[in-house]
Design a protein around this ligand. Sequence first.
Ligand SMILES: *[C@@H]1O[C@H](CO)[C@@H](O)[C@H](O)[C@H]1NC(C)=O
Ligand SMILES: *[C@@H]1O[C@H](CO)[C@@H](O)[C@H](O)[C@H]1NC(C)=O
Ligand SMILES: *[C@@H]1O[C@H](CO)[C@@H](O)[C@H](O)[C@H]1NC(C)=O
Length: 138
Amino acid sequence: MRLVNPLIALLFSTIASAQQVFIMSPLAGTSVSPGKNITVTIERPASLSTSEEVAVVIAIHSCARNLCAPQADALGEILYNGLFNPHTNFKQPSEDFNIRIPQSMSNGSALLTVTHFALIGAGPVPWMELKNVSVVVD
Ligand SMILES: *[C@@H]1O[C@H](CO)[C@@H](O)[C@H](O)[C@H]1NC(C)=O
Ligand SMILES: *[C@@H]1O[C@H](CO)[C@@H](O)[C@H](O)[C@H]1NC(C)=O
Ligand SMILES: *[C@@H]1O[C@H](CO)[C@@H](O)[C@H](O)[C@H]1NC(C)=O
């Protein structure tokens, strides 16, 4: 196995963490209703390192007895799968997605997840991260 230069590895993890997105809305614990739309706001703070946005996947998964399956194992229902184009307004670059909570969602807690894909650096290097927020369906 080829050893990765630790300095390059550190540099990459620093650059990668600068490309992180944050779920600004909904907030944890927000009540959502089956069949109703909500706004999911995904922020990608401005950074100086080179990166190119590819896509995000927004999904929701019911948590049985309040125990959520790890999002890396099962995303649940895909609510959005497409381009991510954060726009700068007065705040950090972000994009709002208007998505419908599936009519079939059962009451109780659910995990809303964002899977984010980007290309980082001059290589570029493909990169993916998983984010989540728990909401309450009622
Ligand atoms: C949600 O995200 C947190 C923070 O990254 C992580 O620790 C947790 O495992 C995730 N939850 C699930 C169910 O994947
Ligand atoms: C609700 O979201 C869906 C996408 O999930 C969209 O097609 C529909 O137009 C939205 N409805 C309203 C009233 O915004
Ligand atoms: C889910 O919760 C809402 C609001 O509390 C209630 O009106 C509805 O009957 C519940 N649905 C089920 C299937 O329990």
